[in-house]
Structures are given as C-alpha cells and as structure tokens.
Design a protein around this ligand. Structure first.
Ligand code: BGC
Length: 778
C-alpha cells in the first residue's frame, strides 16, 4: 500500500512510501522506487527473493541482440542486491513470521531507498532490520548498500550469503557469455562477462564490510563459486541489543564506457574496477552517501529549484518524483546514448528510444539543462547513420529515423511481433517500425526548438542544419503524388494514434512533414546567404541544391487536412470520420489500459472511431499557431470522447490543451490523472517500468501548461494560469543561455534574471523588455 505523505519536516513531500508489503504487487515499488544515475538503472527489488520479482540492473547503451529472431535490448547485467539471510537457520522472508512497523520509501531528495521493519521469525525471534541503498550520482560506477540488524528480544545467529549473480535474463533471454571470476583476499569479488553478440565486456566488483557493535570485524567467511555465481557466506552471532552493520559496495564497468580505456582493454577495465572498488570501500557507505547527496543537491535540486504551494501536497511530490526520474533515466554522461521509454526501471520497450524523448522529455531539458538537451540531440545526430540505413532499405532518400532506436548505428529496432490477437490467437504484428514515420519530423522539430530556445549557433552549424536538411530530404522522397487530387499525399502510415494503422494522410504526420520541409527551406536560404562554406559542405554531402529544388516544387502541394466547413473537425486521416461510432464508456472507465483488446483485435479497432492517444491534439500543441482556437475546441470536443488515453503519452497533451482552451478545472483533473500513472494507487501500472514520456509530460503540464511558458515563433511567451489549488509556483528556465527565475502566484508573475542581459518576452500578448527584474500583475 502506497503512502504519499510519509515525509515530515524537511522531508515533507520528498518520500514515496509503501507502508504495507505485498509480494503480489512487487513491480510497483521495483519500478517507481528504481535507483539510477543515467549510467545505470537498478530496479528496486527487495534484498530477499519473492516469486514474480524482476531484479534488473541495466547499463545504458550496452545493447545486445539475443538471437536473430529478437531485437537488440539492454541486457539485464547481474543481481548484486540479493541478501540471502537466515536467522537461526530460518529463512528471512516477509511471507513467513510476523512483520511489524514496515515501511519502504524512496527518498527523492537523497536518491536513497530505505526499508525498515521488525521481523518476528516463526521461532519468535524479533529483529529490527534497516536496509539502505543508493546508486551513486557522484561516481556513476558505484552501487552502495547497507544493512543494519538489531535483535530485539534474543541473541541470534545471523547468516548471510551475498555476492554477484549473473544467472540473470531478460524474461528468459540470456545475453552474456560468462568470463573470469575471482575472489581477491577473501573479500573482493570480481565477475566478468561479455555480451554474446555486441561483445561488450562487463566487469562487476563487489566487497563487504562487517561491523559489530560499531567495530569492524574480520569475519571468517566461506567463499563459494558456482555456474554464473560467486558469493561469500557470513555467519555472525549477534547479541540482543547489539547492532550488526553490513555494507556492500559494488562497481560496474563496461568496455562501452566513455571514461574507460580508449581501446577497451579488458585487463585495464578489470584493474580499474577493482581499484575503484577498493577506494570506495575505504570511504564506506556513509562517506559515499555524503558525496552522492551533495551531487544531487548541487547538480539537480539547486539547479532545478522548483517549488510549489498547493492545497494538494501530492502535487509537489509528483513534481519531485518527475524530476527524480527524469534525472536517473537520462544518460547525461554519453552522447551516444538516448533515453529509454521506461528509463532503466524495467525491461519494457527494451531500453529503446522513441519520439517520447523529443516530444515529451526534451522540453524539460531545453529549458532546464540545455547541455543535456544537446547531448540528446547528438544521440540523434550519431543516429543519422541508422536513419540513412532505414531510408535506403525502404527505398527513400535522406534520413528516415527508426521508430525505436538503440545504438545509433543500429537503424530500426522495433520488434515485429507483439501481444496476442484475441480473434486469431496469433501474435499481433507491430507495424510501427515500418510505418510510424512521424518520428523523423519530431526530431527535426526538437532541433528547431533547441535552437530557438538556446540560440546555440555552433550546434546548428556543426549538426543541426544537417539534421534538418537530411530529414526534409527523406520527406520529400516519401511524398506520393496523387494525380486525381493534384497534390502530395503520405499514404499507409500510423500516426501518433496507434489504434489506426495503414491510414492515408494522417493529419499529424502530414503537417509535421510539411513543417520539416518548410523549416529546411528557410534554413537553406539562411545558410546559403550567410555561410557559404558550410553551404558548400552540406551541398556536397546532401546534394542540397538539387534536394531544394524538390522541396520548392512540393511544399505547396502537400495535402494538409483542413477543418470540415460544417463543424471544424479536422479528419485525423482519410477514413477516420467514416468509421463506426460505438459506445466507448466501458473502456473510458477502465481500470487497466488496453481493456478494449479483450473485446476487439487491432484490425477491428481500426474500423471504429476510437483513438489510443492524442493525435490531432498533439498537432495543436506543437504547431499551435497554425490553428484557430475555435478549431482546437471543436476538435477537442470531437476527439477526446473517442480517446481512451491507453498510452501514457496522452493525458499530458490533453491537460495542456485543456488549459490553453480555458478549461482550467479539466486541465488540473488531467494533471492529477497523469501524475498518478506511475506514482498513483494502481499497483501494476509500472510493472514493466515507469513511463518516461508521461513523467516528462508532468513537467510540461506544470511549466508549459499552468505556467504557460512557450517558445512561440522563436520568442518567449508566458501566459500563466495556476490551478485553483495552487497559490505559488516558482522554477528556473534557461532562455538564450541566460537563467530566468520565475515565480507565479495568483496576482503576479515575477522574473529575475541571473545576469544583466536584457530579455524580451510577451506576457499574455503584451511585449516586455527588461533587465534584472520584471513584475507583471496577472
Ligand atoms: C505509444 C507510443 C509511445 C510508445 C513508447 C506506445 O504505447 O502509443 O506513442 O511512443 O508507447 O512509450
């Protein structure tokens, strides 16, 4: 059972807690309380085993393809968190004996997982346990754990088995060949392994420190090795009233690390890992934790400094939860890596990156941490190799980005087969990797937003223009001439709404493709006029002059679906509006997403006016100036009742639009729903991992929605409208490389700049230019 107001005093609204353990809902805490630092993600499975647990340790960018029938995925590297504990020979498990005073919580501020409980063994021995762990934000290779054991009524014999277990799989797929293993000095355990196909070496080192009554003891241990497992056995007598402390520090290094030896030399990685472990163990849990906390304070909480006064305190917790997960899911350290749709909190979506990054998470980074935004774009820049491969395989030109991306050069990695088809009993074919193509324009859109918000000209010169030209080149080759209508169509796609497959002229796709080409044409003129050398380089790389001629010819002939004259509804695609309308209330009121597929298969859903997620709404949000408010309202009212929000990406877009359209209560209600996708009471919604895009969406609802921050035609616009329950919101953003500290309450908007540079912006359509401070009554 989850508890959201567990924290008090300085930890008020910082703790996500579980006050009752259930071995039937393990995934909830495993995923939502996941630890990580962008380098790795450690799912928060308990120290002891339970059936149905998922004990993932995923390291960013270490993709491996299990066999030819599967797609590449982040391999589950090892289990280093298992403590197999026996008290006087009885197995410690919350499924036996009596559990008292149980709490497990994730401290978002300190990025630490804590579990405290009293356990009365079946024999009646009561022991106080305190488990703590963190994944260091100060040294990305370190996982630290600490266990405190205090017998309450009688002395006990405490037995522990702990080490490194690489008998791990991703739902059965084993990604490693076992390498050397060794125990040095009866203390330092080293286990090596190499991924089977991508040949990435992993070196995992671990060591324990044991203290009894505050004194470190040299415990006699037994060393054990078995197939894919190496561990130590401790047996310690602990008297009643005595305190036993066990620290376990683990380090992970791989040959993919960008801070390892340039040639990936295995011996060097092994030596570095072991040396790193020895110095970490000398510092100890508390010392490492102090560094870790300081890193979170300085690099995250001080940097993002968001505060919120709301009558509903849960809102602030939800916002902090979002910032926490955004941080741990992002491989900020390496521009060859992207953000996975589930972060590194589970095996869902295999560690792949989707449009979730550019459209849902990226705005947070552009405004809050532009250096990371740039790194994420660089991932896509490196991905041009894979995008060219995909375009060529499909008979197109330019850069056609994969719907799902793993290592940048892999190209398309979307699996081909998915869930059961309830009609045929076969697996449903996943068409997204073939025909969900809007991602290419979404990436171009992200480049454009980054440039407008940051003004990073060097990025544009070195990478950005090329990405925009290359993606526009793809779209130009993708357009299909319709002789009857005398216009270009984009046929046979999946739009943002994945419940409509093989449709022609999905409005979202067509408009975004048009946007991409139009942008390229604009930048073509700029680069040609102002940067002749760069122009020549890009021309020789992309045949720019010739490609431009194609854009010129096509741009005005791309079909952009228009609002119907009678009701202003824009057809989502050529056939959506002619499909049958059914009563969707059963599915709108569902407890579990996707419940429609217990009654229909995808082919049947294709024939119904039902949507999985925001599609036209997405268009209104991204290209807001292209549509009149009346059109937006008409379409919201038409499509929302048909939208099941079966994708976690849907609610945030609807909330922002509802706010834009003046439906403030609805906007807040949708915010509350979005904020409960992972954090809320549904104990199974996060089993496969948290929903990264939805978490980015929570930040967007607050900043782009309620605070009304937008980049509008290259300019900063602020149009705040706080929900009834909120009295004050403050946060920082970067605009053109300068920090603006923004505070909004019911009466006023205040902006304080960090430097003396003048700032120009509009607040509710009124333009202001100021230096240092601006206060506007609202
Ligand atoms: C959604 C996509 C999303 C993907 C990964 C799907 O269910 O329909 O829009 O990109 O999940 O989050």
């Amino acid at each position: 059972m989850m508890k959201y107001n567990y924290g008090t005093n300085e930890l008020n609204n910082w703790l996500v807690a579980e006050t009752q353990f259930s071995s039937k809902a393990l995934g909830k805490a495993e995923a939502t309380m996941c630890l990580g630092n962008g380098y790795m993600g450690l799912r928060s499975a308990t120290e002891e085993h339970y059936p149905g647990e998922v004990r993932d340790l995923l390291v960013a960018g270490t993709f491996n393809k299990f066999d030819d029938n599967e797609v590449t995925e982040l391999p589950n590297a090892a289990d280093v968190t298992n403590f197999d504990i026996k008290i006087d020979g009885e197995q410690f498990s919350l499924d036996f004996g009596v559990v008292k005073e149980y709490v497990r919580y994730l401290n978002l501020k300190h990025a630490e997982l804590v579990r405290e409980l009293n356990w009365v063994s079946p024999q009646g021995k009561e022991i106080r346990f305190r488990f703590r762990r963190f994944v260091s934000f100060a040294d990305k290779h370190i996982i630290a754990m600490k266990l405190t054991v205090e017998p309450q009524n009688e002395s006990v014999c405490f037995a522990l088995e702990s080490g490194i277990n690489i008998r791990m799989t991703n739902s059965g797929a084993q990604h490693f060949s076992e390498g050397d293993r060794r125990i040095f000095d009866k203390r330092y355990i080293q286990q090596c392994q190499t991924t089977t196909q991508s040949k990435i070496d992993f070196v995992i080192n671990t060591a324990h420190t044991v203290r009894l009554g505050g004194e470190q003891i040299q415990q006699d241990v037994t060393m054990e090795m078995a197939r894919r497992k190496v561990w130590l056995c401790f047996n310690i007598d602990v008297e009643r009233g005595q305190c036993l402390e066990i620290e376990k520090i683990t380090t992970i290094h791989t040959s993919r690390d960008n801070d390892g030896p340039a040639d990936g030399d295995f011996a060097t990685i092994r030596a570095t890992g072991l040396a790193g472990l020895k110095s970490a163990i000398a510092v100890g849990y508390d010392g490492l934790f102090a560094r870790h906390r300081a890193a979170w304070d300085e690099q995250i909480w001080a940097k993002y400094h968001m505060t919120l006064d709301s009558d509903n305190e849960y809102d602030l917790l939800a916002l902090r939860f979002a910032l926490y997960h955004l941080t741990i899911m992002t491989p900020m350290h390496d521009e060859r890596m992207g953000i996975a749709a589930k972060g590194m909190s589970g095996e869902g979506y295999k560690g792949h990156s989707f449009w979730d990054t550019e459209i849902f998470i990226f705005p947070f980074y552009i405004y809050s941490n532009p250096a990371v935004a740039k790194s994420l774009l660089m991932y896509r820049y490196h991905g041009l190799a894979g995008a060219h491969k995909k375009a060529a395989e499909n008979g197109y030109q330019g850069a056609m980005y994969p719907w799902e991306m793993a290592w940048p050069t892999d190209g398309e990695v979307t699996p081909v087969w998915g869930a059961v088809d309830i009609v045929t009993g076969l697996q449903t074919k996943i068409w997204s990797g073939f025909i969900e193509q809007h991602i290419t324009a979404d990436i171009a859109y992200a480049v454009w937003s980054y440039y407008c918000v940051t003004g990073d000209q060097a990025f544009m010169d070195e990478h950005g223009y090329e990405m925009i030209f290359d993606t526009a080149k793809f779209w130009s080759s993708r357009l299909e001439w319709n002789a009857d209508k005398q216009r270009y169509h984009i046929n046979d796609v999946i739009g943002a709404d994945e419940y409509k497959e093989h449709v022609d002229n999905n409005a979202f796709t067509n408009y975004m493709a048009h946007f991409n080409i139009e942008l390229a044409m604009r930048y073509y003129e700029t680069v040609k006029a102002e940067k002749s050398e760069l122009f020549a380089q890009l021309d020789s790389k992309l045949a720019l002059v010739e490609t431009h001629a194609g854009w010129l010819d096509r741009i005005d002939k791309i079909y952009l679906p228009q609002p119907r004259p009678n009701d202003a509804v824009i057809p989502q695609d050529d056939t959506y509006l002619s499909k049958k309308i059914i009563d969707l209330s059963k599915y709108k009121n569902q407890q579990k997403v996707g419940s429609m597929f217990y009654d229909y298969n995808l082919e049947q859903a294709n024939e119904i006016q039902v949507s999985k997620q925001a599609d036209i709404m997405m268009l209104f949000y991204l290209l807001e100036n292209k549509f009149a408010p009346a059109t937006k309202i008409a379409n919201y009212n038409y499509y929302e009742p048909k939208t099941l929000h079966d994708s976690s990406l849907s609610l945030s877009t609807h909330s922002i639009l509802a706010n834009d359209l003046g439906h403030y209560d609805l906007a807040y209600e949708l915010f509350e729903r979005a904020a409960r996708i992972d954090l809320g009471e549904n104990m199974h919604s996060s089993d496969e991992g948290i929903h990264a895009a939805s978490i980015g969406g929570i930040w967007q609802i607050v900043v782009m929605g309620f605070a009304g921050i937008r980049m509008n035609a290259g300019k900063l616009r602020i149009c705040p409208k706080l929900p009834e329950k909120w009295s004050k919101l403050s946060f920082g953003i970067y605009w053109q490389q300068q920090q603006l500290n923004i505070s909004i309450d019911k009466q006023s908007l205040m902006i304080i700049t960090a430097t003396d540079q003048p700032v120009t912006l509009t607040v509710r359509d009124q333009e202001y230019s100021f230096t240092n401070e601006l206060i506007v009554a609202i």
